[in-house]
Design a protein around this ligand. Structure first.
Ligand code: HEM
Ligand SMILES: *[C@@H]1O[C@H](CO)[C@@H](O)[C@H](O)[C@H]1NC(C)=O
Ligand SMILES: *[C@@H]1O[C@H](CO)[C@@H](O)[C@H](O)[C@H]1NC(C)=O
Ligand SMILES: *[C@@H]1O[C@H](CO)[C@@H](O)[C@H](O)[C@H]1NC(C)=O
Ligand SMILES: *[C@@H]1O[C@H](CO)[C@@H](O)[C@H](O)[C@H]1NC(C)=O
Length: 329
């Protein structure tokens, strides 16, 4: 027969077991209602600011979406992309972001509004995530409920950004491995790259395909549509890497035009064109262009997965007061 002491021991060990289980599992879970008591105005305030930015410059929506991608692919979604470094060795100082990432000042403006309403409560990582969702919706894309509760990290490394943000020269296998590293599938790769339906690029990442393909001076990537080669060469003369070109032919609107252009061999980067080289990926692209709703709903789901990469939650990390620096740095 179990004595009261036995029952107490059993109770304690069950409690201990649940505690261990929960530190392993509960910690990583986000919640859509995370700030509903601590900052009930959060979502309304963010949405109003994003609408204001996009009314002033529609292109900034693209910058804000890309910022979330660059954040999540390096050290997880921990706002490491926002940190300044006096020695220029932060993520934002690495080539994939340097000179091309936009939206950081807008995030800082949103943070100022949120700090005024709910001081010290909302992480910069969550702000980036909500802003990306609102930017997509404001340009015609889907919307969804955003899981929240991310915390901000302490470290931002240029070398890690160089190693982990995919390159426009990557081939299909390299992209698949890069996405798999952060737990994203081939379908996530194909769907999330559909973000290239908004915004613009500098000519620099396209130059090699136009004038020096595979390192051969004067060679052009034969997989680009000849008419598009003519267009691109006009927009991007040699040594004019800073010129700007549209990501797709409807670059102000979040739609399936990116994939339509891709199928016409009018993708900008090798990393875009290479999505046609694999049968599964090609089939997905064909499904997307015939069923736009498939793209929009799967994009929302893939964004939730991207926003879930290697998170700091619970008491890990901190809630930064100024998104540009850690609280004691
Ligand atoms: C698959 C690998 C990817 C590669 C290699 C890649 C590469 C690039 C490059 C080189 C640019 C142009 C930057 C410039 O020179 O101005 C760009 C722009 C952009 N990328 Fe990607 N990208 C990838 C995936 C993604 C994903 C997953 C997202 C978001 C979910 C995204 C969102 C964007 C957006 C919105 C722009 C336009 C930025 C603006 O207008 O400021 N990209 N990307
Ligand atoms: C579309 O691309 C052009 C470059 O051709 C750029 O100037 C413009 O800002 C882009 N529009 C948007 C809304 O991103
Ligand atoms: C062409 O590519 C090769 C190999 O990557 C490189 O060494 C060379 O500098 C490039 N030439 C130009 C004009 O960019
Ligand atoms: C987010 O990540 C956690 C921990 O890795 C996992 O348990 C959860 O299922 C993920 N959620 C989504 C929506 O991917
Ligand atoms: C946030 O920190 C950065 C970098 O230290 C600084 O330049 C900026 O003025 C700060 N912003 C505010 C609102 O204090």
């Amino acid at each position: 027969m179990a004595t009261p002491l036995d029952r107490t021991r059993k109770g304690l060990s069950t409690f201990g077991f649940l505690l261990v289980l929960c530190t392993a599992i509960c910690r990583a879970q986000l919640s859509e209602t995370f700030y509903s008591t601590t900052c009930p105005q959060l979502l309304t305030l963010v949405q109003a600011k994003v609408a204001e930015f996009i009314a002033a410059d529609r292109g900034v929506a693209a910058g804000l979406l890309r910022l979330h991608f660059h954040d999540c692919f390096v050290r997880g979604c921990d706002a490491s992309v926002l940190l300044d470094s006096p020695s220029n060795t932060a993520e934002k100082d690495a080539v994939p972001s340097l000179g091309s990432v936009r939206g950081i000042s807008e995030i800082n403006q949103v943070k100022a509004v949120i700090e005024a309403a709910c001081p010290g409560v909302v992480s910069c990582a969550d702000i980036i995530t909500i802003v990306a969702r609102d930017a997509i919706a404001a340009t015609g894309g889907p919307t969804w409920s955003v899981p929240l509760g991310r915390r901000d990290g302490f470290i931002s490394s240029k070398a890690e950004a160089l190693a982990n943000v995919p390159s426009p020269n990557d081939n299909f296998g390299q992209l698949v491995r890069n996405f798999a590293r952060v737990g994203l599938s081939v379908q996530d790769l194909v769907i999330l790259t559909g973000a290239h339906t908004i915004g613009r690029s500098h000519c620099a990442p396209v130059m090699r395909r136009l004038y020096n393909f595979t390192g051969v001076a004067g060679a052009t990537d034969p997989s680009i549509s000849p008419s598009f080669v003519t267009t691109l060469m006009q927009l991007c003369p040699q040594n004019q890497g800073k010129n700007l070109i549209a990501m797709d032919t409807s670059n102000g609107t979040f739609d399936i035009t990116y994939y339509v252009d891709l199928l016409a061999n009018k993708g900008l980067f090798t990393s875009d064109a290479t999505l046609l080289s694999n049968p599964f990926s090609l089939q997905l692209i064909n499904t997307i262009v015939t069923t736009p709703s498939f793209f929009l709903s799967n994009f929302a789901a893939a964004m939730v997965r991207m926003g879930n990469i290697s998170l700091l939650t619970g008491s890990a990390g901190e809630v930064r007061l100024n998104c540009s620096r850690t609280n004691n740095g």
